[in-house]
Design a protein around this ligand. Structure first.
Ligand SMILES: Nc1ncnc2c1ncn2[C@@H]1O[C@H](COP(=O)(O)OP(=O)(O)OP(=O)(O)O)[C@@H](O)[C@H]1O
Length: 300
């Protein structure tokens, strides 16, 4: 594990990239709030709101080329994905203000939802390096996956209402009709054939909202947890929900977890995948790898 602190001779240029729609929360007052609690002796702060999907990545790229050393993703895992992809590319430092619906990576890193406390973490400038994943060359930082989770994220992204309740409602509508598929997996050279409801590749332990798919996952072990949710009778949905909320999914016979660093997955058809909850379409064959300790993040 590598922990560093900046020795500050001059002020650090910091950019807050704010997603106005994440978490279903209005954020017009956020810049004033940040301005009040950010340490002005350490930082020159700038703020910008995103205007469309992909804009956070463009803004982070621009900022990296303009002397910003620390870039803060103010949103959920989708916003972090866009910002962190560029932070990783330009070897900058990522900060997080958890303003999303699920906030999976922020929860895993113990960054509080209370913005004042989250800002106190930024003020301390304590940096750690974490693993990052690649899903057919698309970076991810929390979770990527296919099957039901990918199907749901594709539908959720078209929904105007964000937030936890909308997600749960949609999930319950869709779970009844979703059909499990057969996948061929190669994990660090070993072959597996599995029929699955969903498969997640977990860098952190959770989807968000403290729903744990991979309770023993670590962002520092150079490994991903391949979490296979087996096909199940709808009557067992409460059991599956219970073990995920309790953080005991690995003990359930409905879930199989295999750790690995080089994974190839072959499915029956092209279709939906998700990276950090954002929907994408990919082909039948997907390669998943991990870059150990590759991203610098501000942590408590
Ligand atoms: N101005 C905007 N209008 C519409 N979509 C936007 C805008 N700015 C960013 N986005 C998109 O919003 C999406 C959702 O963002 P994000 O994932 O951060 O929030 P969330 O889904 O509420 O939280 P979480 O992923 O933690 O559950 C991302 O795909 C992002 O590209």
């Amino acid at each position: 594990m590598c922990t560093q602190s900046y020795i500050l001779h001059t002020k650090t240029n910091i950019l807050f990239i704010i997603n106005p729609i994440s978490g279903g929360r209005v954020k017009l007052a956020i810049p004033d709030f940040i301005d009040r609690y950010l340490d002005k002796d350490k930082f020159n702060a700038n703020f910008v709101f995103t205007e469309y999907v992909g804009h956070a990545a463009e803004l982070a790229e621009e900022a990296s080329n303009k002397n910003f050393d620390v870039i803060i993703a103010c949103g959920g895992d989708g916003t972090i994905n866009e910002v962190a992809g560029k932070v990783l590319k330009y070897n900058k430092v990522l900060g997080i203000l958890p303003l999303g619906s699920g906030n999976g990576l922020a929860r895993f890193l113990k960054i509080p939802k209370n913005i004042r406390y989250a800002l106190s973490i930024i003020n301390r400038l304590k940096i750690e390096e974490i693993d990052t994943g690649e899903f057919n060359e698309k970076c991810f930082f929390n979770l990527a996956g296919l099957g039901f989770d990918a199907h749901l994220s594709a539908i959720f992204s078209k929904d105007k209402k964000r937030g936890l309740s909308g997600y749960v409602k949609l999930g319950l509508q869709e779970v009844f009709n979703y059909k499990a598929e057969t996948y061929l997996l190669e994990i660090d050279g070993k072959q597996y054939k599995r029929k699955a409801f969903a498969i997640s590749f977990a860098n952190s332990s959770q989807y968000g909202n403290d729903v744990y798919i991979a309770p023993n996952a670590s962002v520092k072990d150079g490994l991903l947890d391949v979490c296979i949710i087996k096909p199940f009778s709808i009557l067992k949905l409460p059991v599956l929900s219970y073990v995920m909320l309790k953080g005991t999914a690995e003990t359930s016979d409905m879930v199989e977890i295999i750790k690995g660093s080089h994974i190839k997955i072959t499915r029956q058809n092209d279709g939906a995948v998700h990276v950090d909850g954002e929907p994408l379409q990919m082909g039948k064959v997907i390669e998943v790898t991990v870059k150990p300790l590759s991203l610098k993040v501000l942590v408590p």
